[in-house]
Design a protein around this ligand. Structure first.
Ligand code: PFF
Length: 443
Protein backbone atom coordinates (compact mmCIF):
# COMPACT_ATOMS: atom_id res chain seq x y z
CA UNK A 1 0.00 0.00 0.00
CA UNK A 2 1.26 3.50 -0.85
CA UNK A 3 2.14 5.32 2.39
CA UNK A 4 0.43 8.64 3.06
CA UNK A 5 2.56 11.78 3.07
CA UNK A 6 2.20 15.47 3.86
CA UNK A 7 0.96 17.56 0.96
CA UNK A 8 3.25 20.53 1.65
CA UNK A 9 6.09 21.70 3.84
CA UNK A 10 3.82 24.26 5.48
CA UNK A 11 1.28 21.53 6.19
CA UNK A 12 3.94 19.38 7.85
CA UNK A 13 5.15 22.25 10.02
CA UNK A 14 1.64 23.17 11.09
CA UNK A 15 0.71 19.56 11.88
CA UNK A 16 3.94 18.90 13.78
CA UNK A 17 3.76 22.22 15.59
CA UNK A 18 0.11 21.26 16.17
CA UNK A 19 1.36 18.13 17.91
CA UNK A 20 3.87 20.04 19.99
CA UNK A 21 1.61 22.97 20.86
CA UNK A 22 -1.26 21.90 23.03
CA UNK A 23 -2.40 21.60 26.61
CA UNK A 24 1.25 21.07 27.51
CA UNK A 25 2.01 24.69 26.65
CA UNK A 26 -1.07 26.45 27.92
CA UNK A 27 -2.35 24.26 30.76
CA UNK A 28 0.73 22.43 32.04
CA UNK A 29 3.73 24.72 31.47
CA UNK A 30 2.46 27.65 33.60
CA UNK A 31 1.55 25.57 36.65
CA UNK A 32 4.76 23.55 36.42
CA UNK A 33 6.74 26.79 36.29
CA UNK A 34 4.70 28.04 39.25
CA UNK A 35 5.41 24.91 41.28
CA UNK A 36 9.14 24.84 40.51
CA UNK A 37 10.44 28.31 41.18
CA UNK A 38 9.32 30.28 38.10
CA UNK A 39 12.45 31.73 36.52
CA UNK A 40 14.63 28.78 37.62
CA UNK A 41 12.27 26.40 35.87
CA UNK A 42 12.12 28.56 32.75
CA UNK A 43 15.91 28.67 32.58
CA UNK A 44 16.34 24.89 32.88
CA UNK A 45 13.49 24.32 30.45
CA UNK A 46 15.21 26.48 27.85
CA UNK A 47 18.52 24.71 28.48
CA UNK A 48 16.84 21.34 27.81
CA UNK A 49 14.95 22.53 24.71
CA UNK A 50 17.81 24.39 23.07
CA UNK A 51 20.68 22.30 24.47
CA UNK A 52 19.44 18.98 23.14
CA UNK A 53 15.64 18.97 22.64
CA UNK A 54 15.88 20.46 19.14
CA UNK A 55 18.64 18.03 18.16
CA UNK A 56 16.57 15.08 19.33
CA UNK A 57 13.50 16.31 17.44
CA UNK A 58 15.65 16.23 14.29
CA UNK A 59 16.97 12.78 15.21
CA UNK A 60 13.53 11.29 15.84
CA UNK A 61 12.12 12.74 12.61
CA UNK A 62 15.07 11.28 10.70
CA UNK A 63 14.38 7.80 12.09
CA UNK A 64 10.84 8.07 10.75
CA UNK A 65 11.71 9.45 7.34
CA UNK A 66 14.54 6.97 6.72
CA UNK A 67 12.45 3.93 7.55
CA UNK A 68 8.93 5.07 6.62
CA UNK A 69 7.72 2.93 9.51
CA UNK A 70 5.83 3.14 12.79
CA UNK A 71 8.05 3.38 15.91
CA UNK A 72 8.36 -0.39 16.41
CA UNK A 73 9.18 -0.98 12.74
CA UNK A 74 11.58 1.96 12.65
CA UNK A 75 13.68 0.60 15.54
CA UNK A 76 13.61 -2.87 13.99
CA UNK A 77 14.77 -1.60 10.61
CA UNK A 78 17.60 0.58 11.92
CA UNK A 79 18.80 -1.32 14.97
CA UNK A 80 17.15 -4.77 15.14
CA UNK A 81 17.65 -7.03 18.17
CA UNK A 82 15.70 -5.96 21.26
CA UNK A 83 15.38 -2.35 20.06
CA UNK A 84 11.78 -2.65 18.78
CA UNK A 85 10.78 -2.97 22.45
CA UNK A 86 11.75 0.70 22.86
CA UNK A 87 9.27 1.58 20.11
CA UNK A 88 6.65 -0.56 21.84
CA UNK A 89 7.24 1.26 25.14
CA UNK A 90 6.62 4.51 23.27
CA UNK A 91 3.38 3.21 21.81
CA UNK A 92 2.19 2.17 25.31
CA UNK A 93 3.23 5.55 26.71
CA UNK A 94 1.16 7.56 24.23
CA UNK A 95 -1.90 5.53 25.27
CA UNK A 96 -1.20 6.47 28.90
CA UNK A 97 -0.73 10.13 28.00
CA UNK A 98 -3.91 10.24 25.95
CA UNK A 99 -5.85 8.75 28.87
CA UNK A 100 -5.14 11.82 31.02
CA UNK A 101 -4.84 14.33 28.19
CA UNK A 102 -8.44 13.63 27.18
CA UNK A 103 -9.63 14.33 30.73
CA UNK A 104 -8.05 17.79 30.72
CA UNK A 105 -9.24 18.38 27.16
CA UNK A 106 -12.69 17.41 28.44
CA UNK A 107 -12.49 20.21 31.04
CA UNK A 108 -11.65 22.56 28.19
CA UNK A 109 -14.77 21.50 26.31
CA UNK A 110 -16.80 22.00 29.49
CA UNK A 111 -15.39 25.53 29.82
CA UNK A 112 -16.23 26.22 26.19
CA UNK A 113 -19.82 25.28 27.05
CA UNK A 114 -19.71 27.46 30.20
CA UNK A 115 -18.37 30.36 28.13
CA UNK A 116 -21.18 29.99 25.61
CA UNK A 117 -24.05 29.59 28.08
CA UNK A 118 -22.90 32.42 30.36
CA UNK A 119 -21.82 30.32 33.37
CA UNK A 120 -18.40 31.99 33.13
CA UNK A 121 -19.91 35.49 33.14
CA UNK A 122 -18.20 38.21 35.23
CA UNK A 123 -20.71 37.78 38.05
CA UNK A 124 -19.27 34.34 38.69
CA UNK A 125 -15.72 35.64 38.97
CA UNK A 126 -15.61 35.08 42.74
CA UNK A 127 -16.82 31.53 42.41
CA UNK A 128 -14.26 30.29 39.88
CA UNK A 129 -12.60 27.86 42.26
CA UNK A 130 -15.94 26.39 43.19
CA UNK A 131 -16.97 26.11 39.55
CA UNK A 132 -13.83 24.17 38.66
CA UNK A 133 -13.97 21.94 41.73
CA UNK A 134 -17.60 21.06 41.15
CA UNK A 135 -16.84 20.13 37.53
CA UNK A 136 -13.93 17.80 38.24
CA UNK A 137 -15.58 16.30 41.28
CA UNK A 138 -18.86 15.54 39.56
CA UNK A 139 -18.01 12.04 38.41
CA UNK A 140 -19.90 11.64 35.20
CA UNK A 141 -19.77 14.98 33.33
CA UNK A 142 -15.98 15.19 32.96
CA UNK A 143 -16.04 11.70 31.48
CA UNK A 144 -18.74 12.57 29.00
CA UNK A 145 -16.62 15.49 27.77
CA UNK A 146 -13.46 13.36 27.73
CA UNK A 147 -15.21 10.72 25.63
CA UNK A 148 -16.45 13.34 23.18
CA UNK A 149 -12.85 14.46 22.81
CA UNK A 150 -11.52 10.95 22.22
CA UNK A 151 -14.22 10.21 19.66
CA UNK A 152 -13.31 13.40 17.77
CA UNK A 153 -9.67 12.27 17.81
CA UNK A 154 -10.62 8.82 16.50
CA UNK A 155 -12.73 10.27 13.70
CA UNK A 156 -9.94 12.53 12.47
CA UNK A 157 -7.25 9.86 12.67
CA UNK A 158 -9.49 7.37 10.84
CA UNK A 159 -9.48 9.70 7.85
CA UNK A 160 -5.72 9.65 7.40
CA UNK A 161 -3.03 12.25 7.09
CA UNK A 162 -3.55 14.77 4.32
CA UNK A 163 -6.95 16.46 4.50
CA UNK A 164 -8.10 16.69 8.12
CA UNK A 165 -5.03 17.16 10.29
CA UNK A 166 -3.18 19.47 7.95
CA UNK A 167 -6.04 21.70 6.98
CA UNK A 168 -7.32 22.34 10.49
CA UNK A 169 -3.85 23.14 11.85
CA UNK A 170 -3.08 25.67 9.13
CA UNK A 171 -6.15 27.71 9.98
CA UNK A 172 -6.25 27.94 13.72
CA UNK A 173 -2.60 28.04 14.82
CA UNK A 174 -2.21 31.67 13.70
CA UNK A 175 -5.51 32.54 15.42
CA UNK A 176 -4.36 30.94 18.67
CA UNK A 177 -1.11 32.92 18.68
CA UNK A 178 -2.92 36.21 18.06
CA UNK A 179 -5.33 35.58 20.93
CA UNK A 180 -2.52 34.60 23.31
CA UNK A 181 -0.72 37.86 22.61
CA UNK A 182 -3.86 39.87 23.43
CA UNK A 183 -4.44 37.93 26.66
CA UNK A 184 -0.81 38.17 27.76
CA UNK A 185 -0.85 41.94 27.30
CA UNK A 186 -4.05 42.17 29.32
CA UNK A 187 -2.79 39.88 32.09
CA UNK A 188 0.44 41.86 32.35
CA UNK A 189 -1.44 45.10 32.91
CA UNK A 190 -3.61 43.76 35.77
CA UNK A 191 -2.86 45.24 39.21
CA UNK A 192 -0.22 43.11 40.96
CA UNK A 193 0.85 41.39 37.75
CA UNK A 194 4.39 42.77 37.85
CA UNK A 195 5.28 40.47 40.74
CA UNK A 196 4.23 37.54 38.59
CA UNK A 197 6.38 38.76 35.75
CA UNK A 198 9.35 39.06 38.07
CA UNK A 199 8.73 35.55 39.46
CA UNK A 200 8.54 34.07 35.95
CA UNK A 201 11.55 35.83 34.46
CA UNK A 202 14.13 36.07 37.25
CA UNK A 203 15.77 32.75 38.15
CA UNK A 204 16.03 32.12 41.87
CA UNK A 205 19.27 30.17 41.96
CA UNK A 206 18.33 28.44 45.19
CA UNK A 207 15.56 26.68 43.24
CA UNK A 208 18.01 25.22 40.69
CA UNK A 209 18.05 21.69 42.08
CA UNK A 210 17.59 18.12 40.87
CA UNK A 211 13.81 18.20 41.31
CA UNK A 212 13.49 21.36 39.21
CA UNK A 213 15.81 19.91 36.55
CA UNK A 214 13.77 16.72 36.40
CA UNK A 215 10.51 18.68 36.12
CA UNK A 216 11.96 20.95 33.42
CA UNK A 217 13.30 18.00 31.44
CA UNK A 218 9.95 16.21 31.63
CA UNK A 219 8.13 19.34 30.55
CA UNK A 220 10.51 19.86 27.62
CA UNK A 221 9.92 16.32 26.37
CA UNK A 222 6.17 16.51 26.94
CA UNK A 223 5.89 19.81 25.13
CA UNK A 224 8.02 18.71 22.18
CA UNK A 225 6.08 15.39 21.95
CA UNK A 226 9.53 13.81 22.10
CA UNK A 227 10.82 10.31 22.70
CA UNK A 228 7.76 8.10 22.30
CA UNK A 229 7.39 7.79 18.58
CA UNK A 230 4.92 10.55 17.74
CA UNK A 231 7.55 12.53 15.87
CA UNK A 232 8.94 9.36 14.32
CA UNK A 233 5.52 8.58 12.91
CA UNK A 234 5.04 12.12 11.58
CA UNK A 235 8.57 11.91 10.14
CA UNK A 236 7.58 8.76 8.30
CA UNK A 237 5.12 10.84 6.25
CA UNK A 238 7.74 13.46 5.28
CA UNK A 239 8.73 13.78 1.65
CA UNK A 240 12.25 13.29 0.29
CA UNK A 241 12.49 16.98 -0.60
CA UNK A 242 11.98 18.27 2.94
CA UNK A 243 14.79 19.72 5.04
CA UNK A 244 14.37 18.01 8.41
CA UNK A 245 16.71 20.36 10.25
CA UNK A 246 15.06 23.57 9.08
CA UNK A 247 11.52 22.32 9.56
CA UNK A 248 12.30 21.01 13.04
CA UNK A 249 13.71 24.39 14.02
CA UNK A 250 10.47 26.08 12.99
CA UNK A 251 8.45 23.63 15.07
CA UNK A 252 10.62 23.99 18.17
CA UNK A 253 10.63 27.80 18.01
CA UNK A 254 6.84 27.88 17.67
CA UNK A 255 6.39 25.49 20.59
CA UNK A 256 8.79 27.32 22.90
CA UNK A 257 7.46 30.75 21.94
CA UNK A 258 3.90 29.69 22.70
CA UNK A 259 4.85 28.17 26.06
CA UNK A 260 6.55 31.43 27.09
CA UNK A 261 3.55 33.41 25.90
CA UNK A 262 1.26 31.21 27.98
CA UNK A 263 3.49 31.74 31.01
CA UNK A 264 3.27 35.51 30.47
CA UNK A 265 -0.50 35.17 30.34
CA UNK A 266 -1.18 32.87 33.30
CA UNK A 267 1.50 33.61 35.91
CA UNK A 268 0.89 37.37 36.19
CA UNK A 269 -2.84 36.61 36.31
CA UNK A 270 -2.22 34.19 39.21
CA UNK A 271 -0.42 36.88 41.17
CA UNK A 272 -3.13 39.39 40.35
CA UNK A 273 -5.70 36.91 41.68
CA UNK A 274 -3.73 36.49 44.90
CA UNK A 275 -2.99 32.82 44.24
CA UNK A 276 0.42 31.54 45.32
CA UNK A 277 2.15 30.03 42.30
CA UNK A 278 3.26 26.87 44.07
CA UNK A 279 -0.24 25.72 44.89
CA UNK A 280 -1.93 26.45 41.54
CA UNK A 281 -1.83 22.89 40.24
CA UNK A 282 -3.73 21.42 37.30
CA UNK A 283 -6.72 23.73 37.83
CA UNK A 284 -4.74 26.96 37.43
CA UNK A 285 -5.66 27.90 33.86
CA UNK A 286 -9.33 27.27 34.51
CA UNK A 287 -9.44 29.21 37.76
CA UNK A 288 -7.42 32.21 36.69
CA UNK A 289 -8.25 33.00 33.09
CA UNK A 290 -12.00 33.62 33.35
CA UNK A 291 -11.24 36.61 35.58
CA UNK A 292 -8.95 37.99 32.87
CA UNK A 293 -11.67 37.52 30.26
CA UNK A 294 -14.17 39.26 32.50
CA UNK A 295 -11.94 42.33 32.69
CA UNK A 296 -11.87 42.75 28.91
CA UNK A 297 -14.43 44.42 26.66
CA UNK A 298 -16.16 41.64 24.73
CA UNK A 299 -14.77 39.20 27.28
CA UNK A 300 -17.62 36.79 26.66
CA UNK A 301 -16.57 36.29 23.06
CA UNK A 302 -12.91 36.17 23.91
CA UNK A 303 -13.63 33.37 26.36
CA UNK A 304 -15.57 31.45 23.72
CA UNK A 305 -12.77 31.95 21.17
CA UNK A 306 -10.05 31.01 23.64
CA UNK A 307 -11.57 27.75 24.81
CA UNK A 308 -12.55 26.80 21.25
CA UNK A 309 -8.95 27.32 20.12
CA UNK A 310 -7.65 25.41 23.12
CA UNK A 311 -9.87 22.44 22.30
CA UNK A 312 -8.51 22.52 18.75
CA UNK A 313 -4.91 22.81 19.97
CA UNK A 314 -5.53 19.79 22.19
CA UNK A 315 -7.01 17.89 19.24
CA UNK A 316 -4.00 18.40 16.97
CA UNK A 317 -1.88 17.01 19.83
CA UNK A 318 -4.14 14.07 20.66
CA UNK A 319 -4.19 13.11 16.98
CA UNK A 320 -0.43 12.79 17.13
CA UNK A 321 -0.76 10.47 20.14
CA UNK A 322 -3.26 8.15 18.48
CA UNK A 323 -1.43 8.14 15.14
CA UNK A 324 1.67 6.16 16.26
CA UNK A 325 -0.55 3.50 17.82
CA UNK A 326 -2.62 3.31 14.65
CA UNK A 327 0.49 3.24 12.45
CA UNK A 328 1.78 0.35 14.56
CA UNK A 329 -1.48 -1.61 14.37
CA UNK A 330 -1.80 -0.99 10.61
CA UNK A 331 1.85 -1.72 9.69
CA UNK A 332 2.58 -4.56 12.06
CA UNK A 333 -0.78 -6.11 12.88
CA UNK A 334 -2.43 -5.57 9.48
CA UNK A 335 -5.48 -3.92 11.03
CA UNK A 336 -7.56 -1.46 9.04
CA UNK A 337 -6.99 2.19 9.97
CA UNK A 338 -10.54 2.56 11.27
CA UNK A 339 -10.47 -0.56 13.47
CA UNK A 340 -7.07 0.45 14.79
CA UNK A 341 -8.20 3.98 15.66
CA UNK A 342 -11.31 2.76 17.48
CA UNK A 343 -9.50 -0.01 19.38
CA UNK A 344 -6.76 2.29 20.64
CA UNK A 345 -9.23 5.11 21.34
CA UNK A 346 -11.54 2.87 23.37
CA UNK A 347 -8.60 1.63 25.42
CA UNK A 348 -7.78 5.26 26.25
CA UNK A 349 -11.38 5.92 27.27
CA UNK A 350 -11.34 2.96 29.64
CA UNK A 351 -8.13 4.21 31.25
CA UNK A 352 -9.56 7.74 31.43
CA UNK A 353 -12.25 6.62 33.90
CA UNK A 354 -9.96 6.08 36.91
CA UNK A 355 -7.81 9.07 35.86
CA UNK A 356 -10.81 11.39 35.90
CA UNK A 357 -11.99 9.99 39.22
CA UNK A 358 -8.53 10.61 40.66
CA UNK A 359 -9.35 14.32 40.53
CA UNK A 360 -12.59 13.78 42.45
CA UNK A 361 -13.95 10.81 44.40
CA UNK A 362 -10.65 8.89 44.25
CA UNK A 363 -8.27 11.75 44.98
CA UNK A 364 -7.22 10.22 48.27
CA UNK A 365 -6.02 7.01 46.67
CA UNK A 366 -2.29 7.53 46.13
CA UNK A 367 0.78 5.52 45.18
CA UNK A 368 4.21 6.98 46.11
CA UNK A 369 2.23 10.05 47.21
CA UNK A 370 0.79 10.54 43.72
CA UNK A 371 -2.80 10.27 42.51
CA UNK A 372 -3.36 8.12 39.43
CA UNK A 373 -3.14 11.25 37.26
CA UNK A 374 0.15 12.20 38.95
CA UNK A 375 1.44 8.68 38.50
CA UNK A 376 0.59 8.53 34.79
CA UNK A 377 1.99 12.00 34.15
CA UNK A 378 5.20 11.34 36.08
CA UNK A 379 5.76 7.97 34.44
CA UNK A 380 5.24 9.43 30.96
CA UNK A 381 6.93 12.83 31.26
CA UNK A 382 9.69 12.15 33.73
CA UNK A 383 10.62 8.57 32.91
CA UNK A 384 9.38 7.12 29.64
CA UNK A 385 9.81 10.18 27.42
CA UNK A 386 13.35 11.08 28.57
CA UNK A 387 14.28 7.38 28.38
CA UNK A 388 12.91 7.24 24.82
CA UNK A 389 14.88 10.38 23.97
CA UNK A 390 18.02 8.75 25.32
CA UNK A 391 17.38 5.73 23.08
CA UNK A 392 16.84 7.96 20.02
CA UNK A 393 20.17 9.63 20.81
CA UNK A 394 21.96 6.27 21.05
CA UNK A 395 20.43 4.85 17.87
CA UNK A 396 20.92 7.96 15.74
CA UNK A 397 24.22 9.04 17.29
CA UNK A 398 25.96 5.70 17.50
CA UNK A 399 24.21 3.15 15.27
CA UNK A 400 23.48 5.48 12.36
CA UNK A 401 26.37 7.79 13.23
CA UNK A 402 27.66 9.97 10.38
CA UNK A 403 25.11 8.36 8.02
CA UNK A 404 22.45 10.32 9.88
CA UNK A 405 23.95 13.60 8.69
CA UNK A 406 23.14 12.70 5.10
CA UNK A 407 19.51 12.21 6.12
CA UNK A 408 18.96 15.73 7.52
CA UNK A 409 18.61 17.74 4.35
CA UNK A 410 16.51 17.21 1.24
CA UNK A 411 17.49 13.92 -0.39
CA UNK A 412 20.77 14.15 -2.30
CA UNK A 413 21.76 17.54 -0.85
CA UNK A 414 24.42 18.02 1.78
CA UNK A 415 23.78 20.32 4.71
CA UNK A 416 26.06 22.92 6.28
CA UNK A 417 28.91 22.25 8.66
CA UNK A 418 26.62 22.77 11.67
CA UNK A 419 25.51 19.16 11.13
CA UNK A 420 28.78 18.02 12.73
CA UNK A 421 27.81 19.98 15.85
CA UNK A 422 24.36 18.40 15.74
CA UNK A 423 25.86 14.91 15.71
CA UNK A 424 28.12 15.83 18.62
CA UNK A 425 25.08 16.91 20.65
CA UNK A 426 23.18 13.73 19.77
CA UNK A 427 26.17 11.51 20.62
CA UNK A 428 27.41 13.15 23.80
CA UNK A 429 25.50 16.12 25.19
CA UNK A 430 22.01 14.62 24.97
CA UNK A 431 22.78 11.20 26.50
CA UNK A 432 24.90 12.67 29.28
CA UNK A 433 22.41 15.46 30.00
CA UNK A 434 19.37 13.18 30.05
CA UNK A 435 21.07 10.44 32.05
CA UNK A 436 22.28 12.96 34.60
CA UNK A 437 18.85 14.53 35.02
CA UNK A 438 17.11 11.14 35.14
CA UNK A 439 19.39 10.11 37.99
CA UNK A 440 18.83 13.44 39.78
CA UNK A 441 15.09 12.90 39.43
CA UNK A 442 15.28 9.41 40.89
CA UNK A 443 17.33 10.63 43.83
N1 PFF B 1 3.15 18.14 23.04
C1 PFF B 1 1.79 18.03 23.48
C2 PFF B 1 1.45 19.23 24.33
O1 PFF B 1 2.35 19.98 24.70
O2 PFF B 1 0.29 19.41 24.68
C3 PFF B 1 1.52 16.75 24.22
C4 PFF B 1 1.98 15.50 23.50
C5 PFF B 1 1.63 15.27 22.17
C6 PFF B 1 2.73 14.57 24.17
C7 PFF B 1 2.04 14.11 21.53
C8 PFF B 1 3.14 13.42 23.53
C9 PFF B 1 2.80 13.20 22.21
F1 PFF B 1 3.18 12.10 21.62
Amino acid sequence: MQRDHWTSRFGFIMATAGSAVGLGNIWKFPYMAGAHGGGAFLLLYLVCVLGFGLSLVIAELIMGRMTRRNPVGAYRKIAGGAWPAVGALGVCTVVIILSFYCVVAGWTIAYLVYAIDGTLAPARAGGLDALFDSLIGSGIMPLVYAFIFVVATILIVSRGIGGGIERASKLFMPLLIALLVVLAVRALTLPGAVDGLRFFLTPDFAALDGATASAALGQAFFSLSLGIGGLMTYGSYMTAGQHVGRDALAVVLLDTGIAILAGLMIIPAMFAAGMTPAEGGPGTTFKVLPAVFASLPGGHWIAVGFFALLVLAALTSSISMLEPVVAYLVDERRMSRTTAAWSAGILCMVLAVPVSLSFGAWQDITVFGLTLFGLFDTFASNLSMPFGGLMVALVVGWILGPRAIAAIGPEGRTVGRWAGGWLFIVRFIAPIGIAWILIQGLI
